[in-house]
Ligand binder design. Structure first.
Ligand code: ATP
Ligand code: MG
Length: 408
């Protein structure tokens, strides 16, 4: 691990350089902080760049404007201004100290001491700074060795840091899933377990957002297991399925084996029993979007997926739904068979319309829709043949239906 990020590609992009130049003077410049430094040191790609500065927010805005860079006061009460430069956003936060906290939000005071700013951050690996000009890394709480060894550790006393902001419990498990190696820090785990009741004080949106980020990671299995063992889900997800951790492990294995992309609805459903009412209640509680609620509902309703019905599920509810349903609910043999039925299969469209069945002799009126449904179901049962090859069977179905109606 090199302790300088000067040679990272993102560090030298023009949009970022002009923000940095606007915020630099004889007293020095801003520093890059947090995820960008951490991820760069690990050789991972960086998408968001956050900056820390001694300049107060009004001065940050004044200088950005002076340099012709758009600024948005996105979190001005916490000292954050967002610069929009070359189409990219950069969050610039004035060095600060948290003077009062109530488990949800902090009252802040600006500071000119980098170490104050580092001390209010959550984990040692998240409190690394890099000089915006030289790339030199500053580490106030042994984040570098922790990063190297895969230790996710609270800065300061874990109990106290959690009591300041209970969201840090979920953040801990998210960062452990991403960067942890070996066993989790026992102090951190004990403090998370002890503070877990505090999660009830947080807004459901914040919980849902953090939970979503955690379970969407490539492999949240170890964190999930720790969370289940320490009842971290209890305050916001009492419906948690008893085998949630094993199910998460199993779907991650299936995704990897078949290079399937991470699916948020599938990941969420590993946590819950396959019961539509429960899933809907949880979706409402965690204020999920209508689209996500519908995706979840599609996956838990209807027949269990199998080789026989998987294409019908894909046809009626989409290929993503069918893949998720198989990943979640099919046994391992059926799962392979289901995927084999879906791979390289384009979901066809049903090519017969009302006018076609009228031309076959069905009187215009309510019988048209009924006949179309019967033909469509037969076409699905025959495994979606090309419509031209299905016309004579369609005529037979029409004939049978017409003679049945005449008899009645
Ligand atoms: P990611 O790649 O997930 O975005 P990140 O480190 O950038 O990782 P963010 O959640 O974007 O994480 O937060 C940016 C930085 O702000 C963190 O690295 C950390 O220093 C600090 N931070 C964010 N949330 C908290 C919190 N609740 N308590 C303390 N520090 C926090
Ligand atoms: Mg970030």
């Amino acid at each position: 691990m090199s302790e300088n990020i000067l040679y990272s590609e993102w560090f030298n992009v023009a949009g970022l350089r002009s923000v940095i130049n606007a915020l630099s003077d004889a007293d020095g410049g801003p520093r890059i902080v947090g995820g960008a430094v951490r991820d760069s040191l690990l050789g991972l790609s960086v998408s968001d760049v956050d900056l820390a500065t001694k300049l107060v927010p009004t001065e940050v805005i004044r200088r950005l404007e002076g340099a012709g860079i758009k600024s948005v006061p996105t979190g001005i009460e916490h000292g954050t201004v967002t610069a929009v430069s070359d189409g990219k956003n950069y969050e610039i936060t004035t060095l600060r100290r948290d003077v009062a906290t109530d488990g949800r939000r902090a009252v802040v005071a600006f500071s000119s001491d980098w170490k104050d700013d580092a001390a209010r951050r959550d984990f040692t690996i998240n409190a690394l700074y890099a000089d915006a000009h030289s790339g030199e890394v500053y580490d106030y709480f042994s984040g570098l060795p922790d990063l190297e060894q895969g230790i996710v550790r609270f800065i300061g006393d874990a109990d106290q840091r959690i009591a300041e902001d209970y969201l840090r419990i979920l953040r801990y498990f998210r960062f452990f899933a991403r960067f942890g190696k070996g066993d989790a820090d026992p102090d951190a785990i004990a403090a998370c377990a002890k503070g877990v009741h505090g999660l009830t004080a947080l807004s459901r949106e914040r919980i849902a957002q953090e939970l979503t980020r955690l379970i969407s990671l490539a492999n949240p299995t170890l964190s999930m297991k720790l969370m289940v063992d320490h009842q971290i889900f209890a305050p916001f997800l009492p419906e948690l399925d008893a085998s949630a951790a094993e199910r998460m492990a199993s779907i991650v294995d299936r995704e990897v084996a078949h290079s399937l992309p991470v699916s948020l609805p599938a990941r969420l459903l590993t946590l819950l029993p396959r019961e539509a009412a429960v899933v809907d209640r949880v979706s409402a509680r965690l204020k999920m979007s209508n689209r996500l609620r519908e995706q979840l509902a599609h996956r838990v309703t209807g027949e269990l997926p199998s080789e026989v019905n998987i294409r019908e599920i894909a046809y009626r509810k989409g290929i993503g739904c069918a893949t998720d349903a198989a990943t979640l609910y099919a046994n391992s043999i059926e799962f392979e068979l289901c995927l084999a039925r879906l791979v390289n299969w384009d979901v066809p469209t049903f090519g017969i319309r009302g006018g076609d069945v009228i031309a076959m002799g069905v009187p215009a009126g309510p019988m048209v829709a009924k006949t179309l449904q019967a033909i469509e179901q037969a076409w699905i049962s025959d495994d979606f043949p090309a419509i031209d090859n299905f016309l004579s069977k369609s005529r037979q179905i029409v004939g049978a239906l017409l003679s049945a109606t005449k008899k009645a």
